[in-house]
Design a protein around this ligand. Structure first.
Ligand code: UT7
Length: 331
């Protein structure tokens, strides 16, 4: 049942690499077309990390923008959480790399892997940690370099993904009468893990000549299966969150969904009866950036004047694992 946590988004920021792949890029070497990609996914362009750019460099850029927006210094932070499935290294964590690049030497920092739901998982984790007195100001980042695990010979998946990072600075409030995380849900069902995964590179199937030859370090996806699961799950989790919080979809000022595929987002939105103009969409420009998707959209929405004080904003995501989750915020 809802247990609101008094919390405000003190600042947000995002970073997108300069390099852009448009659909013509894929037409030039794959059996695909701009029309197919736009109709089936809603994507026109995606940003792709260049040389010298990686998950940590993008995360730091987004973090600096969020700190500047919040008018805070890195030393004001009590904790850093980075949601990612494309970490800088196997270890140490990307969060440690970010903390180092921000000049911090003792601030706690850790990564969280929950695929496309990662930012929701990380924000919910951060929110609960603010309930004690120790962690009052927390930097939550979603950052991904999906291009480094994308198989650019697989036309059914490579057209989807892009790179980028988004960040928020969360500030604990003494009570939940103003800005607050009103309600949330996070879930996982590991039975779906082979529908969307990277088979090799972990302890189960470490890197070898065979794994490289077989292209097992890249994303493998059963798109149709994930699609069906995503639509029904997104609708259910939003409906459950709203009804448990005692509000209706009419009360929601803005829906910020993980930007997975415009048809998934549209189907869920329509079933929920949320008007088109209340759903934030940037998938056409940015593609699917996994854990970075929601914080990038949130920052764009805030800076674009789409989020006002007191607004109810619903966040929702579904991804590999499967993992899924929702957050209902009063801004
Ligand atoms: O971030 C969360 C996790 N990921 C997702 O949420 C992604 C979920 N899935 C999807 O977005 C969609 O399933 C895709 C975009 C991946 C594929 O769209 P679809 O409408 O489900 O297509 P499909 O897989 O059912 O394939 C339809 C046809 C097939 O041809 P046949 O068998 O009907 O002859 C595919 O081979 O489209 C073909 N196809 C393509 N054709 C042109 C698949 N990819 C392409 C392509 N260009 N890029």
């Amino acid at each position: 049942m809802p247990d609101p946590i008094g919390l405000r988004i003190a600042g947000s920021g995002h970073f997108l690499p300069e390099r852009v792949y448009d659909n013509a890029h894929f037409e030039s070497y794959l059996d695909t077309s701009d029309a197919w990609i736009r109709e089936r996914t809603g994507i026109r362009t995606r940003h792709i990390a260049g040389e010298g750019e990686s998950t940590a460099t993008m995360a730091v850029a987004a973090a600096r923008a969020a700190l500047e927006d919040a008018k805070l210094k890195p030393t004001d932070l009590d904790l850093i959480i980075v949601a990612t499935i494309t970490p800088e290294h196997v270890f140490p964590s990307t969060a440690c790399c970010v903390a180092r690049q921000l000049g911090l030497t003792s601030t706690p920092a850790f990564d969280l892997a929950a695929t496309c739901s990662g930012f929701i998982y990380a924000t919910v984790t951060a929110a609960h940690l603010t309930r004690g007195k120790t962690y009052r100001t927390i930097l939550v980042i979603g950052a991904e370099t999906m291009s480094r695990i994308t198989d650019y010979q697989d036309r059914s998946s490579c057209i989807l993904f892009g790179d980028g990072a988004g960040a928020v600075v969360l500030n604990a409030l003494p009570d939940a009468t103003g800005p607050a995380l009103l309600h949330h849900r996070i879930h996982a069902d590991g039975h779906g893990h082979e529908s969307l995964w990277v088979p090799a590179g972990g302890s189960c199937l470490p890197a070898s000549q065979m794994t490289v030859n077989e292209r097992l370090h890249y994303v493998k996806m059963q798109g149709r299966e994930v699609f069906k699961q995503a639509v029904s799950t997104l609708r259910q989790v939003v409906e459950g969150t709203l009804s448990e919080a005692g509000v209706t979809s009419d009360d929601v000022a803005l829906l910020i969904s993980h930007q997975s595929n415009i048809r998934i987002m549209e189907a869920a939105r329509a079933k929920l009866g949320i008007p088109l103009e209340k759903m934030y969409v940037n998938i056409d420009r940015i593609g699917n950036t996994s854990a970075a998707s929601i914080p990038i959209a949130l920052d764009e929405a805030r800076r674009g004047g789409h989020v006002r004080g007191g607004d109810l904003v619903m966040f929702v995501a579904f991804g590999a694992g499967f993992t899924w989750g929702s957050m209902l915020w009063r801004m």
